[in-house]
Design a binder for this molecule. Structure first.
Ligand code: ADP
Ligand code: MG
Length: 238
């Protein structure tokens, strides 16, 4: 089976230092992979590379069988979707925001109907005509997830998407997100600090620290792994 994403020997340098060095990393179809690790571990940097928003200084990224290059990076980006901690909504209606990705990709026909279906799936269709900048944090992130799923991406990349949402709203959004992921069979890579999210959502967890992959396995394996234990000792995690 061809991996959806393949990383080979990548190095990323910033400010004169190596901030990411990954020899080998794969994401298989329908996998949900969690990237976990302390602040500054390189999680967002790796996600940025996977999203083709930056190219590594050395090494290769493959999207399915295609090697990502400066030339085809934009075309590859159209096959994936990214959700950030900040929902990045524009000053227009919720529906226009949810349909925006489709329109930018030239899929204008039926875009609003499709966007509305996804708003409904995330329980925010009643806000369709409201200005997106007036939403609560939880509502805004629901819109940003609807916008991403409307694109039917081959892989969905998420960087701490639930971190700014209060604990109560977060729990129900994580469980709705899980049911959408399972229902659509979407391949995903999720950066998170929260081991409860890893347990709830991921098939595989990858521990990054100081720019390197230190361990990977099922969430249960990582919960009892010595690397995770040494990073979380004394702070009562997971
Ligand atoms: P994480 O998402 O795991 O918190 P990041 O990938 O954002 O970590 O950052 C990894 C490390 O790289 C951090 O130490 C950060 O300060 C550093 N870094 C990221 N971008 C730059 C940059 N443009 N210039 C210098 N250092 C950077
Ligand atoms: Mg980060």
């Amino acid at each position: 089976m061809t991996a959806v994403l393949t990383v080979k020997d990548i190095t990323v340098r910033r400010g004169g230092r190596c901030i990411l060095q990954v020899d080998s990393f794969f994401v298989q179809p329908k996998e949900v992979v969690a990237l976990i690790g302390p602040n500054g571990a390189g999680k967002s940097t790796l996600l940025t590379i996977l999203a083709c928003l930056a190219l590594p200084d050395r090494g290769e990224l493959f999207f399915a069988n295609d090697k990502v290059t400066r030339k085809n990076a934009l075309a590859v980006r159209r096959r994936l979707a990214v959700v950030f901690q900040d929902p990045l909504l524009l000053d227009c209606t919720v529906l226009e925001n949810a349909a925006l990705g489709l329109k930018l990709r030239g899929q204008k026909q039926g875009a609003k109907e499709k966007a509305l279906r996804w708003l409904k799936r995330f329980g925010v269709d009643h806000l369709a005509n409201q200005n997106a900048l007036t939403l609560s944090g939880g509502e805004a992130q629901r819109v940003s997830l609807a916008r991403a799923f409307a694109l039917e991406p081959e892989v969905l990349l998420l960087d701490e998407p639930f971190v700014s949402i209060d604990v109560i709203s977060r729990k129900s959004l994580v469980s709705e997100f899980k049911s959408v992921l399972t229902g659509t069979g979407t391949t995903a890579v999720l950066v998170t600090h929260d081991f409860q999210e890893v347990l709830a959502l991921a098939n595989r967890a990858v521990v990054l620290d100081q720019g390197k992959i230190r361990a990977q396995g099922t969430p249960q394996e990582i919960a009892s792994h010595e690397v995770w234990g040494s990073l979380t000792r004394g702070i009562g995690l997971p």
